[in-house]
Write a protein that binds this ligand. Sequence first.
Ligand SMILES: Cc1cc2nc3c(=O)[nH]c(=O)nc-3n(C[C@H](O)[C@H](O)[C@H](O)COP(=O)(O)OP(=O)(O)OC[C@H]3O[C@@H](n4cnc5c(N)ncnc54)[C@H](O)[C@@H]3O)c2cc1C
Length: 422
Amino acid sequence: MKQEFDVIVIGAGVVGMATALTLIEQGHRVTVVDASAKPGMGTSHANGAQLCYAYTDALASPSTLRQLPGLMFASDSAFRLHPSLDPDFLRWGIAFLRECRASRFLSNTLEGLELAVESRKALDRLSAHFKLAFDQGMPGKLHIYRSAEGFVAASKIAAVKRDFGIEQHAVDSTGAVAIEPMLAPVGNDIAGALYTPREEVGDPHLFCTSAGQALLASGRGRAMFSTEVIAISAGQQPAIETLCGKQLSADRLVLCAGTGSPRLARLLGVRIPIQPMKGYSITAQPGAAAPSVCVTDVANRIVFARLGDRMRIAGLAELGNRDRAVDPARIDLLIATARAALPEAADYNAIDLRWAGLRPMSPNSLPVIRSIAQGVIANTAHGSLGWTYAAGSAERAARLLAETFPASRKTRSATELATQSA
Ligand SMILES: Cc1cc2nc3c(=O)[nH]c(=O)nc-3n(C[C@H](O)[C@H](O)[C@H](O)COP(=O)(O)OP(=O)(O)OC[C@H]3O[C@@H](n4cnc5c(N)ncnc54)[C@H](O)[C@@H]3O)c2cc1C
């Protein structure tokens, strides 16, 4: 017999909304609860928009380890550290350092790849089932490398990924310009590039909005916005308490609160290792030489993507920075870096949106999808690839939810099966 649950999903970002729709598709009833006034107002609001189904390289790597001493003191670089003596930061840092070994980097990257492959199928299925609209496209992607060393290292990983069926080609600067002619002015600076023709883009905020509408239209979902969860409890009927004093229980609770997840998990005595890694984006009108293909300038940690008739440019990484405010100096750095990398990609004088968000980073760059207490499942810590991983993670969380249904229901269903077969 198919089980139907009442499920509370905490968080209406890409992960929470994908989880909610997946559960509805499977016949469950879902209540989404979020502190913001609308879906997709957290880290999912204006990220780089990349659905990176092939480029799942973990942050912890021998190369990152080599750069760390310099980053400790760099105040003006694209990647910087905000070290602290907070025990959670130190614990996370030690776990991160362990993940920097070459063998860990490779296995984390390949595990990410497996999830990304699942995600591509899952997002297409959700999108078709619920008729979601989020400026999805498949422009392909070029990762450009300005140093021969970086290009050689990346080409080796691409070769490993090809064994997993990923189509990714290493090209020289002429090849890169042939694929994206708008790179011609910077062609001489390119040591090499990786081209992934089937990489996609999509607007995460539009996805959350469209998913919110589908949730309500399904007749099996409801949403509570401007509702902060301040307490959760586990058990046969896990429950939440909100800031305005409301209590709500269900058969299952799924925690998809991004960087807010560790605080809620702590209430159950569970540690989820997440550190925020702040990043920035601008959204502007396309410039005279705006690329059609997505471009990531690896050395400058910046990504360019066309989203409908807009240009999204995202980058910068500040590990340990919890401040969500948009720092004008960092936005200026992002714009200066973008101008230097692709001078006419966007109209840098007509910027519609300046934004900052906190990537919920785990030490190994892989999400935490597991049962953390009776009736409570975590689906969080998606780091730099939460948009890419959202739909596949939602499927995994839904599978976990089905596997952990209450013992009383399991017995009843087993009894029914026994009666049927007699
Ligand atoms: C600059 C930048 C660029 C990025 N580019 C990409 C990219 O190109 N591709 C990609 O795949 N990923 C990208 N990412 C990463 C991606 O954006 C994140 O991994 C993803 O948005 C995380 O989604 P989430 O749903 O877990 O978190 P969120 O979107 O932050 O959602 C969590 C929600 O939980 C709510 N919440 C938290 N605590 C509570 C509480 N106590 N009570 C009620 N509600 C609560 C919040 O209000 C929020 O709405 C980028 C991130 C940044 C910062």
